[in-house]
Design a protein around this ligand. Structure first.
Ligand code: GRF
Length: 225
């Protein structure tokens, strides 16, 4: 059983979705620790209510790497295999990223590489795109730049506000974050440059129509093997 470490600074709805999917047997792992840099993060209280191991590590006034060393120490003490950023409002230092190579995930509320950074839902809404969505990606040393594991597309309606759009995106976040975690924990993906490929996907055949073709897209079907 692989150990997850969840890092958050806010509400914690993604943490909750992950915890529920673990409980339902859809993710072959356990949450070893939830770490927050904010004492008043509702996600921290939620984690306590869920009976999870919780650590508050204040970041205020600390150098980025010095803080990250503290976090990495706790993650190692808790024998964490995969780190999930779930609304953790800090950019990780290269030290942190190198401590868990290919084993840090982030969820971003837009279709990267569009609208990286803060308030991605508002950025998309203000830009006037007709579709946006969310992205789960591996964390590299840039901001929202790592290889993409999965994405979900969400329509933008004329009557949407930033709030209604954000809600629609959040539902998809809760679905695809668990899907990505499962793929990683089950060792079902491999990385080729920037591309994260499914190990179990049949090869596409070139030149012989029909043979080896497969449907595009792969919704998280919790009941599929
Ligand atoms: C989500 O919108 C996520 O995409 C972004 O931060 C937000 C966290 O929400 N990275 P929650 O705390 O999981 O509810």
């Amino acid at each position: 059983m692989k150990n997850l470490g969840i890092l958050l600074s806010g509400r914690g709805s993604n943490l909750e979705a992950i915890a529920r999917n673990i409980e339902a047997g859809r993710i072959p792992g356990r949450i070893a620790v939830v770490i927050s840099n904010r004492e008043d993060a509702p996600g921290l209280a939620l984690a306590r209510d869920l009976g999870l191991e919780v650590r508050y590590l204040p970041s205020k006034g600390k150098q980025r790497e010095a803080y990250d060393r503290e976090v990495v120490d706790v993650l190692r003490q808790c024998r964490v295999d995969v780190v999930c950023l779930a609304g953790f409002m800090r950019v990780l230092s290269p030290y942190f990223v190198r401590a868990f190579p290919g084993r840090i995930l982030n969820i971003h509320p837009a279709l990267l590489p569009s609208f990286p950074g803060l308030e991605a839902q508002r950025q998309a809404w203000e830009y006037g795109v007709k579709f946006t969505g969310c992205t789960v990606h591996l964390v590299d040393e840039g901001v929202d730049t790592g290889p993409i594991i999965c994405q979900a597309v969400v329509p933008v309606f004329d009557e949407d506000t930033v709030e209604t759009l954000s809600e629609r995106i959040l539902k998809e976040e809760h679905r695809i974050y668990s899907e990505a975690i499962r793929l990683l924990l089950e060792d079902r993906v491999h990385i080729q440059g920037r591309r994260v490929l499914r190990k179990d996907a049949p090869a596409l055949s070139l030149g012989r129509p029909g043979e080896g073709e497969r449907e595009a897209g792969s919704g998280f079907d919790p009941h599929s093997p």
